[in-house]
Design a protein around this ligand. Structure first.
Ligand code: 5GP
Length: 215
């Protein structure tokens, strides 16, 4: 009766460091088919547990500047007043055309740039249950020295203050619940009326006619 457009969604996820956005996304990759993570470029130093080409492409500042010059990035930003992060644009639009969804886990500056270029993307902001819980998580994670933690906390207010630029907000007070809600947001996009490519009204009319005959 209905044929839907085979078009992937660009999903932009932001939220303060430690809000659990990466964990939510990794769970989504387990439960959703056709979901692809965009791997960002960064000039930040690699952490011990990170894999180059999987978590990020770790590049020098010179390489990053070249990417900017060549127009290779969909968006980029200096995050936490320190390192460059950017989204390579090469494959994203081909993947979307194949009907697969792409997730960008990026900060608000990047999200706003994506919104200008691709307003039909879905913008989701993940919040921690409270700032004190966020502090606990960041200290437990133990990936930042005090100076880096201070920088992260200074960005939080600015980011949360712009939450109204997003379409959805999910509070991560329970991981399963947050994954369920984020998945539901992605799934609901597929059901939008503007995703209908063909609506066979003639056959519906015929079926209504038949249904009326033996009433
Ligand atoms: P981390 O250094 O903890 O891996 O990431 C710091 C922040 O950088 C994350 O909160 C994430 O949102 C942001 N980020 C990661 N990749 C990108 C990107 O490609 N572009 C932008 N604008 N931000 C990014």
């Amino acid at each position: 009766m209905i044929k839907r457009k085979n078009k992937g969604d660009l999903i932009v996820i932001s939220g303060p460091s430690g809000c659990g956005k990466d964990t939510i996304c990794y769970k989504l990759f387990e439960i959703r088919e056709n979901l692809v993570k965009s791997i960002s470029l960064t000039t930040r130093t690699k952490r011990d547990y990170e894999i180059d080409g999987k978590d990020y492409y770790f590049v020098s500042e010179e390489e990053f500047q070249n990417k900017i010059k060549n127009g290779d990035l969909l968006e980029y930003a200096i995050v936490h007043q320190k390192d460059y992060y950017g989204t390579p644009k090469d494959k994203i639009f081909d993947i979307l055309k194949q009907g697969k969804d792409v997730i960008l886990i990026i900060d608000i500056q990047g999200a706003l740039k994506v919104k200008e270029k691709y307003p039909e993307a879905i913008f989701i902001f993940i919040l921690p249950p409270s700032i004190s819980e966020l502090k606990k998580r960041l200290i437990k994670r133990n990936t930042d020295n005090k100076e880096a933690l201070v920088r992260r906390f200074k960005s939080i207010y600015k980011e949360i203050n712009e939450i109204n630029k997003y379409n959805y907000v999910v509070v991560n007070d329970n991981l399963d619940d947050a994954v369920y809600k984020t998945n539901a947001i992605i799934e609901s996009q597929k059901l939008r009326v503007d995703r209908i490519e063909e609506f066979d009204l003639d056959s519906i009319e015929e079926e209504i006619h038949e249904a009326l005959i033996d009433l």
